[in-house]
Design a protein around this ligand. Structure first.
Ligand code: CTP
Ligand code: MG
Length: 563
């Protein structure tokens, strides 16, 4: 534990702490908790959530319509074929309207799909079945349809929050904790956002089902790890694992399989073909790019109907297990996700992260930094357990081996984790955010590595500026790409943020108080204000340090695992 962090807790800035603690216990929402009898929380497993989402997608379609007003007609038309569970409306960036319809069962969906037709106008079009459809105008005759028995589950369901409105709401909050919670509630990926991500996965899965046995396409990364915000990219992984059933030795009739010949690895050829298939067969996929030389080769594409930027990789199950791990940590305590959102948002605002890959830190290692901070033991205990603890408690049912024999075994059922292993420290979000900045202000980046496996800093095995141990592959550093300058920038910005937050806690201080001063795009406003209130001697001028904040040249758009 860093000296400052310890002294911050021990020296007892009593007044500040009292004030902070009084405003604790923010009104967090449990996204995927179920409440059972009594007040006891029961954790739902990641696998349960994923299978629920996959099954939802298997009984859903997305239909392009004229407008929101098409709901009644579309509902009436589809309910002739099957029972409808829910209908969500959204618009994409081109102002085109869509309805996601969830049917009662997969069989119902099949009945609907059998009633669909293919657009004949274009002779170059080869028919294919896909869960993305459009609703043709009625052919002259007017049919009467049943009145919907339900209302639209969402209208404009993926519209992102208006920034001005959000900032106004943040100004009006009572405490910094409320601001952090509000930012999370308003910007986190919503139900429809998740559904659409699973729909794109399902579309590609349907396309590949007849080509590969036991194929699955799953979302991973921020789309499902609980740390995704509205509009985040969609990471997808394609797997076609052989099941025990498929490889049973007793069976004498064995499928002939095609041999892939030539110099390149078979998977590279398949990824190449996948790029072609996306271009030719996946309605809505555009701007397909094959990036096959990266450590984790990917095919990138944009999905027009859902406005998603997608990265599809092959057999990268460790990415899925990593997402599961992050999801589990996020589900253990209601403060983890809002705090991470605040940190990610701050990092974006001060230019530490950048949408393009390059020499700077990205959201994933930043999230590991938050988790690591929450594992630190304070006088009150810690918020999160170490990964080592979860590994130690794993049972047979938790064994998972990913590609290249990577052991991804850790406790999956958080109900088995004794309560004393987490959420001991009850500090509110405001306190935690300030402590986060204080902690990293004093962290010994020079010699130490961040490891959520250990929960304490470990000696760096090399001199790379920033070292964050890959939790599932401990010999690797997830922030290997971060340059010396970017690491210095990180150090300077956490120091600035600590002072800025501490000086700006008081709501009376104007419209950039609390979190606002940290997350507004141009932090210079906040900095100017700090200079006014006499903290100038404490501030590190990031601009002076590096002369120009915009001198960073994004590397080519290769997105890869960066170890
Ligand atoms: N991942 C990993 N090892 C890395 C980088 C990424 O295992 N060195 C996995 C993580 O599960 C991560 C996912 O790949 O969540 C996707 O990576 P990325 O898109 O960079 O991060 P996200 O968490 O999806 O965040 P963002 O919202 O910025 O896309
Ligand atoms: Mg991502």
């Amino acid at each position: 534990m860093s000296v400052l962090f310890r002294s911050f807790i021990n020296k007892g800035r009593k007044n500040l702490f009292k004030k902070l603690l009084n405003s604790t216990q923010s009104t967090c929402r449990c996204v995927f908790f179920r409440k059972y009898s009594g007040s006891e929380k029961k954790f739902v497993s990641f696998d349960e959530i994923v299978s629920q989402r996959r099954s939802e997608a298997k009984r859903s379609i997305v239909v392009q319509v004229n407008s929101q007003a098409s709901f009644k007609e579309l509902y009436g038309y589809c309910s002739k074929y099957a029972t409808i569970k829910d209908v969500h409306h959204y618009k994409n960036n081109n102002d085109e309207h869509f309805m996601l319809i969830e049917f009662g069962s997969e069989e119902s969906l099949q009945d609907v799909l059998r009633s669909c037709s293919t657009h004949q106008k274009d002779l170059d079009t080869m028919a294919n079945n896909s869960p993305f459809l459009w609703f043709r105008t009625a052919n002259g005759k007017t049919e009467s349809y049943a009145t919907p028995t339900t209302v639209l589950a969402s209208i404009n369901g993926i519209e992102q929050v208006n920034e001005d409105k959000l900032f106004k709401e943040l100004v009006d909050c009572e405490t910094v904790s409320d601001q952090i919670q509000l930012l999370y509630d308003r910007t986190r990926l919503n139900d429809l956002g998740v559904r659409l991500r699973y729909m794109v996965a399902r579309q590609i899965e349907c396309m590949l089902e007849s080509l590969y046995a036991n194929v699955a396409v799953r979302p991973f990364g921020s789309s499902i790890n609980g740390f995704g915000k509205m509009g985040c990219d969609l990471d997808l992984v394609l797997t076609n694992t052989l099941t025990d059933e498929m490889t049973k030795a007793g069976s004498r009739l064995v499928f002939q399989s095609a041999r892939v010949e030539g110099g390149r690895a078979p998977w590279a050829r398949h990824m190449q073909a996948l790029g072609e298939l996306l271009e030719l067969r996946a309605a809505g996929a555009a701007r397909v790019q094959r990036i096959l030389n990266a450590r984790v080769p990917i095919v990138k594409f944009a999905h027009h109907y859902t406005d998603l930027e997608c990265d599809l990789c092959y057999n990268n199950m460790s990415g899925v297990y990593m997402s599961e791990l992050l999801w589990l940590f996020g589900s253990l305590d209601d403060r983890v996700r809002p705090l991470t959102f605040a940190v990610r948002r701050w990092a974006r605002a001060v230019g530490l992260t950048n949408p393009h890959p390059g020499r700077w830190i990205t959201n994933f290692p930043l999230t590991l930094m938050v988790l690591f901070f929450l594992q630190q033991k304070t006088n009150d205990g810690h918020v999160l357990p170490t990964l080592k603890n979860l590994v130690r408690r794993a049972g047979k049912e938790d064994i998972r081996i990913a590609e290249e024999n990577l052991n991804c075994t850790f406790l999956r059922d958080m109900n088995k984790l004794p309560p004393e292993c987490y959420a001991q420290n009850k500090a509110n979000l405001q306190t935690l955010l300030l402590q986060f900045f204080e902690f990293y202000s004093q962290f010994d980046f020079q010699d130490k590595a961040i490891s959520i496996n250990e929960g304490i800093s470990v000696r760096k095995p090399n001199s790379l500026p920033l070292y964050i141990v890959n939790p599932l592959e401990q010999a690797l550093n997830v922030s290997r790409n971060v340059s010396f300058e970017e690491c210095e920038r990180l150090k300077a910005e956490v120091r600035n943020a600590a002072w800025q937050l501490e000086a700006g806690m008081d709501k009376q201080k104007g419209d950039d108080w609390g979190l606002l001063g940290l997350v507004e795009k141009k932090t210079t406003r906040g900095l100017k204000k700090l200079l006014r209130v006499g903290n100038s001697h404490r501030l590190v001028s990031v601009k002076d340090l590096f002369n120009d904040t915009d001198d960073r040249i994004p590397e080519d758009s290769v997105k890869s695992k960066v170890e």
